[in-house]
Design a protein around this ligand. Structure first.
Ligand SMILES: *Cc1c(COP(=O)(O)O)cnc(C)c1O
Length: 458
């Protein structure tokens, strides 16, 4: 043990060793010192007894320093079959949106300047105009995500007042977005009405009083209630709101700008329909079905939007130039392109021809089989993709996958091997196999893993 301790160099000795020269030239000294200290501490505490070799120390150091340069989040391949996967970054941007972001990232832009008059302008103006044109609303605004859009709406319209919500719509969307908590944190009080499975118009009507701020309708994005159910429709609720002079807000969640049934996809609520149905404000996400960057939209009546746009919270929740330029480019496609289902990746993947997906799956299967060897069973199989992000949670779209299994390795071990690829490949495990849904795969070469490590290397 003493011999080992004696073999551990000091930080300075290692730094001045010729072996470390390439690292000393490539990285700043404080970083090298920090990393060497940490490494030497680990070596001192380890139970190993053999003397340490400087060559090994430098090699480990080199690997750790290289790892620090790995970008995060890391680009991955989405073979999960969920087109809008929240954990994988949701919508992919259209090429024109990517170009727009790059241009404003690299140079100055007219974010808040009216280039005709030279006077101060509004950063949302262009997106608002597009949203007005696309939804038929009187006005619109944009914040960081739909969660903040809901916070802004509740806080601007119901601060210190009650927000009336059906018990069937008190949803939790992913980890920490829960309607009751969001209402409380927005400075309003939740007034639950109805029951989990049935809420009637009179439940809302009975709850309205001098302390009512808004009536809130929430799209139950990630679940469905079946059986003996009844919910109040938006037109009914909007009529009640008008009669009693209480604003009606709808949190639409995904919120499609075009009717998906036009593309033979499961129908999702369309924003313009909610506007037409009389909602005073509608909130929805930018990176779900819309297919743009993370953002939260509010569209609705002019007077209601004015209250939100002048709130100090609006300033705290405002978007940056990159988000706004990507959103603007995306909305432009909705207005001006004649082949939206080609230029908007979300729609392109959702509407992708099954024969094309099958061809990708066959090509990928051939390469994967070659790479992994004959011990693996690699087959093209039918599977079901999902839209994701709370859009039509129970609806699926027929797709094709490469399904892989091995008599000696669990599907979880196979999944982990694919995630270890240079560009990690994310599939899913089910029915004793590892599945790579090819719906969102443009190039079969993206699905080829490293060779399976020989037993000795594992
Ligand atoms: C997804 C969703 C949200 C949250 O939207 P983000 O853009 O992720 O903040 C809020 N409400 C509903 C109904 C949703 O589906």
């Amino acid at each position: 043990m003493n011999e080992r301790l004696r073999s551990i160099p000091s930080v300075d000795a290692l730094l001045s060793d010729d072996l470390a020269l390439p690292l000393v030239e490539a990285y700043p000294r404080p970083l090298l010192v920090e990393q060497i200290r940490a490494l030497l501490d680990e070596v001192r505490q380890s139970q190993d007894e053999a003397p340490v070799q400087r060559r090994d120390l430098v090699a480990t150091l080199g690997r750790r320093l290289a790892a620090l340069e790995t970008p995060s989040p890391r680009p991955v391949v989405n073979a999960s079959g969920i087109v809008l996967h929240t954990n994988l970054g949701r919508a992919l941007l259209a090429e024109s949106a990517i170009e727009a972001v790059t241009a404003v990232a690299r140079g100055a832009c007219g974010l808040e300047i009216d280039l005709d008059s030279g006077s101060r302008g509004s950063r949302d103006a262009s997106c608002s105009e597009a949203l007005v044109a696309l939804t038929g609303a009187e006005d619109a605004t944009v914040v960081n995500n739909n969660a903040s859009a809901v916070v802004l709406a509740v806080n601007s319209l119901a601060l210190g007042l009650e927000v009336v919500v059906s018990r069937g719509e008190l949803v939790e969307i992913g980890g920490s977005f829960r309607i009751p908590d969001i209402i409380a944190r927005s400075g309003a009080r939740l007034r639950e009405v109805g029951t989990t499975n049935r809420t009637h118009l009179r439940d809302y009507a009975d709850a309205i009083g001098p302390n009512t701020g808004i009536l809130l309708k929430v799209h139950p994005s990630n679940y469905e209630i079946g059986g003996f159910t009844s919910a109040v429709t938006l037109p009914e609720l909007a009529k009640l709101g008008r009669e009693r002079d209480v604003p009606v807000v709808e949190d639409l969640g995904s919120g499609a700008l075009v009717d998906l049934s036009r593309y033979d996809l499961p129908a999702e609520p369309v924003v313009s329909a909610s506007v037409r149905a009389g909602a005073d404000a509608v909130t929805f996400s930018g990176d779900k079905l819309l297919g743009g960057p993370q953002a939260g939209m509010v569209v609705g009546r002019g007077e209601i939007l004015r209250r939100m746009k002048t709130s100090p919270l609006k300033r705290a929740l405002r978007c940056d130039k990159m988000t706004l330029s990507a959103l603007d480019a995306t909305l432009r496609l909705y207005r001006t392109s004649t082949n939206l289902e080609q230029v908007l990746p979300t729609l392109r993947y959702l509407t992708r021809d099954i024969d094309q997906i099958a061809a990708t799956a066959r090509a990928a299967a051939t390469s994967i089989r070659e790479r992994l060897g004959d011990d693996f069973e690699v087959a093209v199989k039918a599977c079901e993709s999902q839209i994701g992000s709370g859009a039509q949670p129970t609806a699926t779209i027929p797709s094709r996958a490469v399904a892989i299994r091995h008599p000696g390795h669990s599907p979880i071990a196979i999944a982990s091997h694919f995630r270890a690829a240079d560009r990690p490949i994310v599939g899913r495990v089910s029915e004793e196999r590892f599945w790579l849904d090819c719906r969102c795969i443009d190039d079969p070469a993206q699905l080829i893993p490293a060779t399976w490590p020989a037993a000795a290397e594992r």
